[in-house]
Design a protein around this ligand. Structure first.
Ligand SMILES: [Fe+2]
Length: 361
């Protein structure tokens, strides 16, 4: 098994966001109660419900980030005047909050006949009439600090990117993170690492965003290293890295790794972060064969590509993160090759190479 001892250490990140760190449930309730409960809408997921007892006001549970769900929420809030949205939960809740209340969706969705999202897509515009308070529950794509929302409809997933989607405030709620198991955190961190890695390698990224992403990439590897050496996770470090990933992602693109996870998750092979964790190593290996950018990213850690890949394998083996057996359909590698994420990969992707990565025989 490979060692992670050669990774570089970085400074602790705690002071950076300490003013937004909510240390207990009462502290969270006090933070939310400072808003006018008559005009504040709280959107939440089932796993965050325990935070809401004793808080009055308008509360709606979000299940999935679908167009159907968005229409239902808009219908429920049609007659309300809302000036603050508190979104508690991971990317799903934030995607719905952004799409419902930071676009003109409320204006267009009930005019004429309600079409599919593909029909309405061209009429969706940025519109900000409330403030967004984001309370992320997991490390991952950092939706709380990104201007991206992804909404599903029956035919596809639709990404929307608007400046109005940036949060006005982020509350990191400690009791949410205390519930997480180490394996969940590691898998979430792989999604963070995937966004930072693909951000650095993005062909469309501005220089400064690549530098931020590179800094985050090194820091996440340092978090992994310290955990593998026996340290407990520091949630403040982790959530700051997640938010950095979301911010850089707003100005960069993803690549083959997200192409694989998007297609496989829609075919029931596992959730997004898990699939990114499974395929991180083979995709890095594949890209490193042709891209000096990958070698440059890894050498910033004072490692060779082989040492780096060994370190990643060490982490996935420790936490029993194993690639699913992909049986098809036969055209799954073609779907990945055509996926819009794959199209901005740092290395031009060929379909037979995808079959090799997925180990389709
Ligand atoms: Fe992701």
């Amino acid at each position: 098994m490979a060692s992670v001892s050669s990774l570089k250490s970085s400074n602790n990140l705690v002071p950076l966001f300490s003013s937004s760190w909510i240390k207990d449930v009462d502290c969270f309730k006090k933070s939310v109660l400072k808003y006018d409960t008559n005009s504040t809408l709280i959107l939440y997921s089932s796993s965050t419900e325990f935070l809401l007892s004793d808080i009055s006001g308008i509360k709606i549970k979000v299940k999935e980030p679908t167009f159907l769900e968005c229409k239902s929420i808009i219908k429920q809030t049609e007659s309300m005047t809302i000036d603050t949205i508190v979104a508690i939960g991971g990317g799903k809740v934030l995607d719905v909050a952004k799409f419902c209340f930071f676009t003109n969706l409320r204006d267009v969705v009930f005019s004429d006949s309600i079409g599919s999202l593909s029909e309405l897509k061209q009429t969706i515009e940025s519109k900000k009439t409330a403030q967004l308070i984001a309370c992320p529950s997991l490390p991952g794509a950092g939706s709380e600090s990104s201007k991206v929302a992804v909404i599903s409809d029956i035919d596809s997933k639709y990404p929307f990117v608007f400046d109005s989607f940036f949060s006005d405030e982020i509350l990191y709620i400690a009791p949410l993170y205390g519930q997480l198991k180490n394996r969940q955190i590691v898998i979430g961190l792989f999604d963070v690492l995937s966004h930072l890695m693909e951000g650095v390698l993005s062909p469309i990224a501005p220089f400064i965003m690549k530098q931020y992403a590179k800094m985050g990439f090194q820091m996440v590897m340092d978090i992994f290293k310290r955990h593998m050496q026996g340290e407990s996770f520091n949630f403040q470090d982790i959530m700051v890295m997640s938010s950095l990933a979301g911010y850089t992602q707003s100005f960069t693109s993803v690549g083959l790794l997200h192409g694989i996870s998007h297609v496989l998750e829609s075919h029931g092979y596992g959730d997004h972060a898990f699939l990114n964790a499974c395929y991180f190593e083979p995709v890095m290996k594949y890209n490193s064969e042709k891209s000096p950018k990958v070698q440059g990213l890894v050498s910033a850690l004072d490692q060779t590509v082989d040492e780096f890949l060994g370190n990643i394998r060490c982490i996935t083996e420790r936490f029993k993160i194993e690639k699913p057996v992909v049986n098809g359909p036969d055209d799954i590698s073609l779907l990945i090759a055509k996926d819009m994420c794959t199209r901005t990969n740092v290395r031009l992707v060929r379909q037979p190479d995808i079959k090799n990565i997925l180990e389709i025989r």
